[in-house]
Design a protein around this ligand. Structure first.
Ligand code: NAD
Length: 306
């Protein structure tokens, strides 16, 4: 079975390529990535072929997807603040780029598994977030990820393409970069703590997130590919572990050891949601064998990697 991973040199993509390369029934793995946020070095020692290019190039896509039984579509311009800085760029990659990938899959008849985001729930206050809730995006990023999953599910309904749209929540783990303005919270905190610097919290720190270890995510993605799992609606990919940012600091302080970090508060960021927690019954129905890595174990693995 041959697999294309768009965004395969990124954080989740490179972890996925490593996971797939360890599965005996997987043949060729192609990581298609423009290296805008991903790094070729993430694939060092992984049995995957890196094709450097953009999902916005239909000829390149046709070529790359021509022998693919499955495409895991992770390429995107991630992050809410980045989308506020340049909404059109988010739209172009996340919405237009997804249609390009879908069209290549349609021509080949490939199974398509795509990353959506919990940010699509946005301003809807209900917890836990279940897939039947309305969506109210709070940022261009969230709107573009809603377009991602809508196009994926639309192609499934219109053309009978086998598709699965997974709403990732807050994913963390090895290869997630720190040290830049758009860094995710877990690597940003670990990086600060290991340097003995204060951690920066936007808002009061009581906002909550549902964190999933990347090892759990890639096991679900590999399973989805191998069993050609499909679903006519979006599926949450998180397990309902709701943790506030203040609690996250305590968990990390216990793992890192030493003095608890000092905390620097800054204004809450526009576009950020207040609370997040996944309902996981649809996911568990589709992937009954998956057991999530517990938070403290995943954080310890991540700190070890740093
Ligand atoms: P990432 O930035 O590490 O990965 C995205 C990859 O896509 C990068 O390697 C980047 O170079 C590549 N890319 C961007 N534009 C491209 C283009 N036009 N053509 C080809 N490649 C392109 O981010 P990630 O955290 O690994 O995210 C992977 C996916 O998961 C994204 O779709 C993201 O929206 C989604 N997601 C991630 C999280 C999370 O917590 N990390 C949460 C929700 C959704």
């Amino acid at each position: 079975m041959n697999v294309v991973v768009t965004g395969g040199a990124g954080f989740i993509g490179a972890n996925l390529c490593r996971e797939l390369s360890a599965r005996p029934s997987i043949g060729r793995i192609i990581a298609l990535d423009d290296l805008s946020t991903g790094r070729a070095a993430n694939l060092e020692g992984v049995d995957a072929e890196l094709v450097e290019g953009t999902i916005l190039d239909p000829d390149l896509l046709d070529d790359v997807v021509s022998s693919a039984d499955a495409v895991v579509h992770l390429a995107a311009r991630p992050s809410v603040p980045r989308s506020l800085a340049d909404p059109f760029a988010s739209h172009e990659t996340n919405a237009t780029g997804t249609v390009r990938v879908l069209e290549a899959c349609r021509r080949r008849g490939s199974h398509m598994v795509a990353a959506s985001s919990s940010s699509v729930y946005g301003a809807v206050p209900t917890l836990p977030k279940h897939e039947d809730l309305p969506t109210r995006p709070l940022s261009p990023y969230a709107a573009s990820k809603l377009a991602t999953e809508a196009y994926v599910l639309g192609h499934g309904a219109s053309f009978g393409l086998p598709v699965l749209a997974l709403r990732f929540f807050n994913v963390y783990g090895p290869l997630q970069p720190a040290g830049h303005a758009y860094a995710a919270v877990v690597p940003a905190f670990i990086d600060a703590m290991l340097r003995g610097a204060p951690v920066t919290v936007f808002g009061d720190g009581l906002q909550t997130r549902d964190f999933t270890y990347v090892g759990t995510i890639v096991r679900v993605l590999a399973d989805a590919v191998l069993r050609e799992v499909t679903c006519p609606g979006p599926v949450n990919l998180a397990f309902g572990t709701r943790v506030s940012i203040r609690e996250l600091i305590q968990h990390l302080a216990a793992v890192v050891g030493g003095q608890p970090p000092s905390v620097q508060h800054r204004a809450a960021r526009p576009g950020d949601v207040r609370d997040s927690q996944a309902a996981d019954h649809v996911l568990r129905g589709l992937f009954p064998d998956v057991t999530p890595v517990p938070l403290d174990e995943g954080l310890a693995e991540t700190v070890r990697w740093f």
